[in-house]
Design a protein around this ligand. Structure first.
Ligand code: ZN
Length: 392
């Protein structure tokens, strides 16, 4: 091999590696795809499995700045927005911890506002490519996972993050069924990233042919955050009645004859392809009518469960205070923990385990704490609690 061809090969290899940004610094499987249904809107990012663990480092895709950080009990939970070198914005959510540089700023804000949910914008915390921005977790919702969004510089459009990083999906989509529907037809598809088939996802692209002619094609490359665009999911995907199996019914507005054949070609976000020919024969699908949500009367105040100590992912001891309420949600603006001088004590709420978590760096665990918490129906509990009986 001559020096020049070696240089070319080196460049190609280097380029391929450089293009494969891995936000968690290791192989991570997709558990939710870009554009997946959230019933009233699309999923504007992707979710990576962290194998039910917390504390996986989240790595900077390039040199850049963290310009926004927030701490919250619901939704994104702890999350940051990172302005990359190319001006695009990356959002990482459900974090367990921030980088210490950001953590210090957020803790100051929590103590100043005496509120568990705070946010800081116009930050200018600089990081180099490969630095640890934060640690993955489960704040806001569900089991531990990392939610990732990539947005245009103005943050108005969400882009398919798998175009700019390594997404792992080893299974091609399953094309399940097709049938006539309203003024067109509908095709049911589901994708999974690995065995066991636990997290059903949507597909990246869908092309449909009839008599070798392309009659429909779509790709999920970008999604506008505008409400009217997000609401288009209702035209795009059909919420079917009495359908409990995994997968999405994609609606295709096209003139087709009953009993005619269509060739469906579906690709996932890493280009695994499936093709299937289907006959549009039965017409049994019904749209789901709006599920009525019954108002639940909550007259019982929340109760605190048995308090225990448990180390976090880095071995730091935490005080965990389980809470039980007849409704799953709590009114977090009216929760506070105070020390004996009535000073605010920083706490976190873990949505998946329904526990308040206090860190030892914020409180010594030995002094009693005063807690006051109210649910959304304003039933309140006030109590003195203790994390540990004796010196730790
Ligand atoms: Zn997500």
């Amino acid at each position: 091999m001559g020096i020049r061809s070696f240089a070319v090969v080196f460049f190609m290899v280097f380029h391929a590696v450089a293009a494969q940004y891995q936000p968690l610094g290791r192989t991570a499987y997709l558990t939710s795809s870009f554009g997946e249904s959230r019933v009233t809107r699309y999923h504007a990012g992707i979710d990576f499995s962290t194998n039910k663990e917390e504390g996986w480092p989240v790595i900077a895709p390039s040199d850049g700045i963290v310009e926004y950080a927030a701490r919250g009990a619901f939704g994104y939970g702890r999350h940051i927005k990172f302005k990359a070198k190319d001006e695009h914005v990356w959002l990482f959510a459900h974090l367990s911890q921030f980088n210490p540089k950001i953590d210090t700023l957020i803790r100051k804000e929590v103590l100043k506002k005496e509120k568990p949910s705070v946010s800081l914008s116009s930050l200018k915390v600089r990081f180099k490519k490969g630095d640890t921005l934060a640690y993955s977790g489960s704040t806001g919702i569900g089991d531990p996972h990392l939610h990732i969004e990539r947005r245009t510089p103005d943050s108005k459009i969400a882009l398919n993050p798998c175009k700019d990083m390594k997404c792992t999906d080893t299974i091609a989509p399953f094309i399940i069924d097709a049938m006539p529907f309203e003024d067109g037809f509908t095709v049911k598809i589901v994708d999974y990233s690995r065995e066991p088939l636990e997290n059903p996802m949507s597909v990246y692209s869908l092309d449909i042919y009839q008599n070798k002619k392309l009659i429909f094609g779509k790709k999920y490359d970008s999604l506008s955050f505008a409400n009217k665009d997000m609401a288009k999911i209702k035209e795009d995907l059909i919420e079917a009645e009495n359908d409990t199996s995994a997968g999405n019914w994609h609606f295709i507005k096209a003139k087709v004859k009953a009993e005619s054949k269509v060739l469906v070609v579906a690709k996932d976000f890493v280009n695994n392809v499936s093709k299937k020919e289907l006959v549009l024969q039965k017409d049994s699908l019904k749209r789901r009518t709006k599920d009525s949500v019954e108002a639940v009367l909550d007259t019982v105040p929340p109760r605190l469960g048995k308090i225990y100590l448990k180390p976090d992912f880095a071995g730091r001891l935490q005080c965990r205070i389980p809470v039980v309420d007849s409704l799953s949600g709590l009114d977090f603006d009216s929760v506070d923990f105070r020390d004996k001088e009535s000073k605010w004590v920083i706490f976190d709420y873990h949505f998946n385990t329904k526990e308040f978590v206090i860190e030892r760096r914020d409180f010594d665990f030995i002094e009693p704490l005063k807690v006051k918490l109210c649910d959304k129906s304003h039933n309140c509990t006030e109590k003195g609690v203790k994390c540990a009986a004796s010196a730790l």
